[in-house]
Design a protein around this ligand. Structure first.
Ligand code: PMP
Length: 427
């Protein structure tokens, strides 16, 4: 029995499903999850000391590669001065200033400890600010696990075919209008019927939780126009895309200004940090200035903030995103070429340091298209790549991530492995 097997058996006795977040369990792909003992640069090592090229990157944060020496240094330095104070620090001001300077839509920002807290708080704020109840979200988008957002969600919920969580009261679900991503007409119709009671639209401006699905031309612009017209707030959930697809997230790529933005993952550099921010007149509704309550014992944690600040500083180096985009493009195009040469129905897409792999002939533009992939072939691909030392997301519905440590040799090693695997799949 491998050590991974032993650990999984042991974990399953005291942890539900043996994991602390569902997709980690490998349930949809089968097999034993790899228990990670250490990571460095583009690699992770499992409990059996097998090395993998990692394209999960902690689901997004590891944009500099794992255990980047500068991040480790600032974390160690911060830890020496105390792990948590529950009082304001200068570091919190610095990271707020950096975020506000980089994302012009953000005038004020509040730190939290996860993406879930960021979206949950942003929704509460939107409701408090507008005095309205309903929210619009899109099927297949995942915004963390707050009650009103666990309706027809993506990520693990889509992976396991159970997209609406049990335990969420019917009364909550009634206030969440779920529409189709990239279908502006359905949004217009929702505003025509419920316009007076819609507090906000929350959207992944590039979706990464139903595989990678990009917004259709005019979709985000349309959401902006409709929100403005009807007095609803537009929330860009950039927890995944923020500082990942480019220096200013999707708002920078598109020039569209949301009222509120949620961030997490990259801004914590691997430590638990999330944030929600936006227009000052909206943010000033948050306690202690306003009546929308939001708080956190560990919010703005000094060690996490140090990791986040150092990460954001390194991302500002000239050429950073050009390099990241080039590596993603080489990977996505290289995989597509090799699959086509082997006669496997496959395509790939990418943006900044994010990519999608699809076992179908065309890049999907909707959830239905993303779901209409050859999942069985994906599973075989996943396991065959794992056997060759490449660790991909254990789900056909998650985006993949490239880091600055994924140099040409690492990408080439991945493509060489894939070439053999595609031939195997066809054979
Ligand atoms: N929003 C988006 C777009 C996400 O991708 C995620 C996590 N994958 C979340 C929110 C929730 O973040 P967290 O897991 O940190 O709670």
């Amino acid at each position: 029995m491998s050590r991974n097997d032993q650990l999984f058996e042991r974990a399953s006795r005291t942890i539900p499903g043996g994991v602390n977040s569902p997709v980690r369990a490998f349930r949809s792909v089968g097999g034993t999850p790899r228990f990670i003992q250490r990571a460095h640069g583009p690699y992770v090592w499992d409990a059996d000391d097998t090395r993998y090229i990692d394209y999960v990157g902690s689901w997004g944060p590891a944009i500099l590669g794992h255990a980047h020496p500068e991040i480790v240094r600032v974390v160690q330095e911060a830890a020496v001065h105390g792990l948590s104070f529950g009082a304001p620090t200068e570091g919190e001001i610095e990271i707020a200033e950096v975020i506000a300077a980089r994302l012009p839509s953000i005038e004020k920002v509040r730190l939290v400890s996860s993406g879930t807290e960021a979206t949950m708080s942003a929704i509460r704020l939107a409701r408090g600010h507008t005095g309205r109840n309903k929210i619009i979200k899109f099927e297949g988008c995942y915004h963390g696990h707050a009650d009103s957002l666990l309706v027809k969600a993506g990520s693990g919920m889509l992976t396991f075919g159970n997209p609406t969580s049990s335990g969420v009261p019917e009364e909550f679900i009634r206030h969440t209008l779920v529409l189709n991503y990239n279908d502006l007409a359905s949004v217009e119709a929702a505003f025509a019927t419920h316009g007076d009671d819609i507090a906000c639209i929350i959207v992944e401006p590039i979706a990464g939780n139903m595989n990678l699905v990009k917004p259709a031309a005019g979709f985000l612009e349309g959401l902006r126009t409709l929100c403005t017209r009807h007095g609803a707030l537009l929330i860009f959930d950039e927890v995944m895309t923020g500082f990942r697809v480019g220096p200013q997230g999707v708002q920078g790529l598109t020039g569209i200004t949301p009222d509120l933005t949620t961030l997490a993952k990259v801004i914590g550099g691997g430590m638990p940090v999330g944030a929600f921010g936006g227009r000052a007149d909206i943010m000033d509704n948050v306690a202690p200035l306003g009546g929308v309550y939001q708080a956190g014992t560990l919010s703005g944690n000094p060690v996490a903030v140090a990791a986040g600040l150092a990460t954001l500083e390194l991302l500002a180096k000239p050429g950073f995103y050009e390099f990241l985009s080039r590596q993603s493009a080489t990977l996505a195009n290289g995989l597509t070429e090799r699959a086509r040469a082997a006669g496997v129905s496959f395509c790939a897409d990418h943006v900044g340091g994010m990519f999608g792999l699809y076992f179908r002939d065309a890049v999907p533009t909707t959830l239905d298209e993303a779901a209409d992939s050859d999942i069985e072939t994906f599973k075989r691909f996943f396991h065959a790549m794992l056997d060759k030392g490449v660790y991909l997301a254990p789900s056909a519905f998650e985006a993949g991530f490239v880091s600055a440590a994924h140099d040409d040799a690492v990408i080439q090693e991945t493509l060489d492995a894939a070439e053999q695997v595609f031939a195997q799949l066809k054979g």
